[in-house]
Write a protein that binds this ligand. Structure first.
Ligand code: UAG
Ligand code: ATP
Ligand code: API
Ligand code: MG
Length: 490
């Protein structure tokens, strides 16, 4: 592909800045990391959070980069053409979209502090059941009819994301639901994806190590509506939160078709939740949409799953599926792995694995399980190292307030001292026990279960490793529960 076709005037407005000889260069790949540059690549030098890609321009050229894109040319000059752009991260994403041009015809993206993985999985399941070839991309990786690929980021870097989208489109996927994290939106990872509908679940404390203020965090999320979905696209917004009005305002200002969903949802174009009651490990819902009422048996535990299900239903309806058929699909939803998943039972007590690793999610998960704890509700959890330290005491207090028994353990300590992380949580978790080894903590909690208890193991959900230092040790809450049940007996 010619350099001029990758960095065209249509999106950069800087075509004039590209020398004719450079514009005619053949580019055979794009790269954002000098360590993976191949001969023929166009290298994007990105200023990052730890270092600056500009420091690796020479390394990239030595590896075969034929041209470099950045916001300032290197002081000592550059041996290959250097193209100056004002926003290299956005230029990278838009170039990736040109380099990997195929995309499913229908794409929905979901943002929000909690519920993205669940909404992406539910939307994929609804479309699949309606007969579409469907995929999802996010925290649990890529799930599509032809392949499942474990992922490490919620929104992959632009090259990985656009490559994956192109591959699934080639496989015949026509419908894609994917997660737009605030990091991803802030770093322009998903620019260039042709998103026809956006979902917004909620906004609570998260990532305060990255975003300087809550307003900055919300603004990053609202980029989905402000910058990524073209006029006329659908914006499905959970209407039950403090931030809902601002999200709706941003979507309206862009000329999107707003569908407000939830208890405060719009019974006309949106979906209004009229009633909800727990029914065993399911919930019975009544909803209204366009003057009609629908009864739905949602086969999922946890009130928050109603929000996720309604945002997903909205995304399917907003992209053209028939509402009655969509609501019927909700009766068959399966939870994403490790999201309030009932993984076993001992002594008549249910054991759940959940991915709550932020304050609001932990509160919601505990509140959701209260109806299943006729006796005590026990929680085992920790907090990740090298992540927002401010959330630790808050989560400790939430556990102490909402559970009857608390065990603080480790959850990906990364480069931090695990005992210091535990101490920060314990500071506000009055009466909690401390068992650092996560398998041991799970075993101890399971050992003590009495009939009528419920156990929540929170924070790792689907994860398959424990990150200690820079090593990833194989670990899964599912396997730890299974091992404890095997040795102790169910
Ligand atoms: C803090 C953060 O978000 N960092 C992301 C960012 O990296 P960065 O640009 O800041 O990296 P950097 O290390 O400063 O390097 C700057 C540049 O120099 C380049 N470089 C560096 C070294 C070298 O030898 N050669 C070279 O070219 C790097 O490739 C990079 O382009 O851009 C990279 C490319 O898109 C991301 O992979 C990387 O995610 C890191 C790995 C990460 O851990 N991110 C997490 C926090 C994250 O994004 N999480 C979100 C949210 C999850 C949630 O909602 O809970 C997610 O979407 O997963
Ligand atoms: N709508 C919701 N409101 C509040 N909490 C929720 C909601 N949905 C899920 N949760 C909680 O958040 C956890 C993570 O859910 P999910 O993976 O769907 O969200 P996510 O936004 O993708 O999270 P992450 O950003 O960590 O990938 C769940 O295990 C549950 O504890
Ligand atoms: N996407 C989140 C996941 C956190 C999961 C939790 N187990 C932890 O390691 O803190 C992050 O990277 O911050
Ligand atoms: Mg997720």
């Amino acid at each position: 592909m010619k350099l001029r076709d990758l960095l065209g005037q249509d999106f950069l407005g800087n075509d004039a800045a590209i020398e004719p000889a450079a514009a005619a260069l053949d580019v055979t790949g794009i790269a954002l990391d000098s360590r993976v540059v191949k001969p023929g690549d166009l290298f994007f030098a990105l200023a990052g959070h730890k270092t600056d890609g500009a420091r690796f321009i020479e390394a990239a050229i030595a590896a075969g980069a034929v041209a470099v894109v950045g916001d300032h040319p290197p002081q000592g000059g550059c041996k290959v053409p250097f193209i100056v752009v004002s926003n290299p991260r956005r230029a990278l994403a838009l170039a990736a979209a040109k380099f990997f041009p195929r995309q499913p015809a229908t794409i929905a993206a979901v943002t929000g502090t909690s519920g993205k993985t669940s909404v992406a999985a539910f939307t994929r399941q609804i479309w699949e059941r309606l007969g579409h070839n469907s995929a999802s991309i996010g925290t649990i990786g890529l799930v599509s009819p032809k392949r499942t690929v474990y992922g490490s980021l919620t929104t992959p870097d632009p090259i990985a994301l656009h490559r994956q989208i192109d591959e699934i489109a080639r496989d015949g996927v026509t419908h894609l639901a994917f997660e737009a994290s605030s990091h991803g939106l802030d770093q322009y990872r998903l620019d260039g994806v042709r998103v026809s509908a956006g979902g917004f679940t909620n906004l609570t404390r998260d990532h305060m190590d990255y975003h300087p203020t809550v307003a900055h965090y919300l603004a990053a999320k609202l980029r989905l509506f402000r910058d990524l979905i073209p006029q006329g696209g659908a914006a499905v917004i959970s209407a039950d939160h403090e931030c809902s009005a601002e999200a709706i305002k941003a979507a309206r200002a862009k000329g999107l078709r707003v569908m407000a969903v939830g208890r405060n949802g719009d019974a006309g174009e949106g979906i209004r939740l009229v009633s909800a009651e727990v029914d065993g490990f399911a919930q019975k819902l009544a909803v209204e949409h366009r003057g009609k009422r629908y009864s739905i048996r949602l086969p999922l535990v946890g009130e928050f799953q109603i929000e996720n299900a309604l945002v997903s239903a909205g995304l399917a309806v907003g992209t053209g599926s028939d509402a009655a058929n969509v609501f019927a699909c909700l009766e068959h939803l399966e939870g994403a792995k490790g999201r309030l998943e009932r993984v076993g039972e001992r002594n008549g007590a249910s054991i759940f694995v959940d991915y709550a690793h932020k304050p609001d999610a932990l509160a919601k998960a505990l509140q959701a399980l209260r109806p299943y704890a006729k006796r005590k509700l026990i929680v085992v959890f920790g907090a990740g190292g090298d992540r927002d330290a401010g959330k630790r005491p808050i989560m400790g207090a939430i556990a102490a307030e909402n559970a009857d028994g608390v065990i603080i353990t480790d959850d990906n300590p990364r480069s931090e001292k695990p005992e210091a992380i535990r101490a920060a949580i314990l500071a506000e978790a009055k009466g909690a026990k401390e068992i650092g080894d996560r398998a041991e903590a799970i075993r101890a909690a399971i050992d003590d279960l009495q009939p009528g208890d419920a156990l929540l193991i929170a924070g790792k959900g689907h994860e398959s490793g424990q990150i200690v230092g820079d090593r990833v040790l194989p670990f899964s809450d599912h396997e730890a529960v299974a091992a404890a049940l095997t040795t102790r007996g169910a």
